[in-house]
Structure formats: C-alpha cells, structure tokens
Design a binder for this molecule. Structure first.
Ligand code: NDP
Length: 314
C-alpha cells in the first residue's frame, strides 16, 4: 500500500492568495508544489467584487481575475493544482500523511496550510430555512437577484460595509443592521456607507427572526424582525433579501488534534514566522491571522511559508 502513495516535497492546502503565493515561491525553489484547491477554489476573493487595495492595480481588479492570475503565475513555474480537498492528516511523523476525499494518500515532506476562513452564520433557524431563498452570505454571488428590490445587510465590519455599498448600486434600498451604535469597519468604508443615499443604518438591532412566505414551490423572504439592544423593543424591517456579513470562522477542522490552535480555532504560528508547533508544517493566510486578514497579508505570509519550507528541507 505504502509504495502506491504519492511522494511530494511540498503540499499546499488551499488556493487563496496565501496558497498560490506560497506555490509561486515553492515552485521557483524547485519544490514542485502540489496545491489542493479545496471547497472554494480561489478562496474568499472569488466571492468579492472589486479589490482596490492589492498593490499593483491602480484601477483595482476583480477578485476572481486576481485569483485566476495568481493561479496561472503559480502554474507557470511548475505548480500542480489539483481539484479536491484534504480530508485527513497525520502530522505525528515525517513525511506527513495526507488523505484526500477520494481516499488517495500523499506523503509530504512539508505542508503549507492555507485553508482560509469561511463566512459565519447567525445561527437562527429561519436563517437556515431561507438560505438560498432570500438569505445569502455573498452579495457578489446573489446581489443580481435583488435588482430594484430592498435588502438588509447584517454586520458592522468591513465586509458588511462593502456588501452594503455593493448592493446599494443594484437595489433600491439597503438597510445595514448592526447590533451596536457604531461600525467596526474602517473609517474609509464608514464614510462610503454614510455617503450612500440609499443605505439606511439600523443601529442597536439584533436579528431575531427572518420572516417570509411560500411562493408557489419556493419560499421568499419578506422581512426581518430585530430586537433593540437598548430598549428590548422589537420591530420588523420589510426586505426581499438578507445578506449575512458577520465575520468568518477559520477552516481548521481537519487539523484538530494534529496541530496547536488558539482558543478561537485559528492556527497558532510562532510569532514572526509561519511555523506551527509541528516542524515541517507551516500555516499562512487567514487560517492563522486574527488581525489583518487582507489579501496582501495572506500573500505575504504565503511567501514566508514557502521560504521557510524550503529552508526546512535544506
Ligand atoms: P469582523 O469580525 O470585522 O466584523 C463582524 C461584524 O459582525 C461585527 O460588526 C460584529 O459586531 C458583527 N457580528 C458578529 N457576530 C454577530 C451576530 N451573531 N449577530 C449580529 N452581528 C454580529 O468581520 P468582517 O468579515 O467584516 O472583516 C474581517 C476582517 O477582514 C477585518 O479585519 C476587516 O477589516 C477585513 N476586511 C477588509 C476588507 C478590505 O480591506 N477591503 C474587506 C472585508 C474585510 P460587533 O462589531 O458588535 O462585534
């Protein structure tokens, strides 16, 4: 069995800016990296619109195009990109054993974890009930369906602000519903929100229930009930769609018990490096970054991980 296992110098798990930047560097260092693309090839940037803060694009670039370019750049130097997910890892001894969803086993001398983070949900039963029928976590993917309609965005961070501004261009009106009385988003994004005429802030409001109706065979959202966090009063906001933008959870489940995490599930790296507590396993991008979570910082740490993996092998 063991001689059927694929042998690799470097396996990169995840295909966002961290994964592909690691791949570019690892490929150029002749490590012949293998990238497992994961559930969402290209990562979170593939569900965003304009990226205006990635250096080198004075006019901005769309997330999907940026990711396609990074992939091509990695492939140009000999990276193998494979569709699929790693479902099991054994980091107890080197080389590390990785198993993908088809049962294929790979022995890897080094592993770079770049699995990123996924959108978080509020946890309301009605949110699940209407998911795909008016509830979404991706304005870029689903905003089109709400042209000329009224929608709510939940959250107060940069993602919520960006989604609200994006949706304001498509829809008639956007309610930005936030549980406190000030936004967490950067000042620049706050200004954009406040300067957009068809975005209305709904402050101090905690979503309680998403309401809707049966329309033929499908369901449709008609509103959202919120509780005032100061007075406790309830009110209903009439909307045709609800976009949840309340942050992300790191994609680390498959590494549980194999590697050290912080309490919140993000992978622990040795400060100033991408090294984990397992020698030969590195973590880059959002999966280990609680603070910056930007495409450019993910790319930067992907570069670090590849250099550290190369030095480790040397
Ligand atoms: P954040 O964690 O920054 O914000 C999450 C927001 O959702 C907060 O306002 C939080 O409220 C609210 N929230 C959390 N849980 C709930 C809940 N259960 N019910 C209601 N509201 C809730 O996440 P983001 O995704 O916005 O941003 C993540 C990181 O990515 C940040 O560092 C951000 O700066 C960055 N980012 C940068 C962008 C850019 O530069 N172009 C674009 C998008 C994101 P509260 O404030 O009360 O905690």
């Amino acid at each position: 069995m063991s001689n059927e296992r694929e042998q690799r110098k470097c396996v990169i798990i995840g295909s966002g800016p961290a994964g592909f930047t690691a791949a570019i560097y690892a490929a150029r260092a002749e490590m012949k990296p293998l990238v497992y693309e994961g559930m969402q090839p290209g990562g979170q940037l593939t569900i965003t619109t304009e990226v205006e803060n990635f250096p080198g694009y004075p006019e901005g670039i769309t997330g999907p195009v940026l990711m396609e370019d990074l992939k091509k750049q990695a492939e140009r130097f000999g990276t193998e990109v494979r569709w699929g997910t790693i479902e099991k890892v054994d980091f107890s001894k080197r080389p590390f054993l990785l198993t993908d969803e088809s049962g294929k086993e790979i022995m890897a001398e080094t592993v770079i974890i770049a699995t990123g983070a996924s959108a978080r949900w509020m946890g309301l039963p009605s949110e699940q009930e209407y998911n795909g029928f008016g509830v979404s976590a991706c304005a870029t993917c689903d905003g089109f369906f709400y042209r000329g309609k009224t929608v709510a965005v939940i959250g107060g961070g940069d993602t919520a602000a960006e989604e609200a501004v994006y949706l304001s261009k498509l829809t008639q009106k956007v309610y930005l519903i936030h549980r406190r009385d000030e936004l967490r988003a950067s000042k620049a994004m706050q200004q954009k929100v406040f300067n957009t005429a068809n975005i209305e802030m709904v402050w101090n409001s905690i979503p309680k229930e998403i309401v809707g109706e049966q329309k033929g065979f499908a369901k449709a959202v008609t509103g959202i009930v919120v509780t005032d966090s100061v007075t406790g009063a309830e009110k209903r906001v009439d909307v045709d769609g609800v976009f949840v933008a309340i942050g992300h959870t790191p994609n680390t489940e498959v590494f549980a018990g194999q590697i050290e995490f912080h309490d919140n599930g993000y992978i622990k790296t040795i400060p100033g490096s991408t090294r984990t507590n397992v020698e030969g396993v590195f973590a880059a991008g959002d999966v280990q970054d609680l603070h910056y979570r930007q495409a450019i910082t993910a790319a930067g740490s992907g570069c670090m991980a590849a250099i550290e993996a190369e030095r480790f092998l040397a």
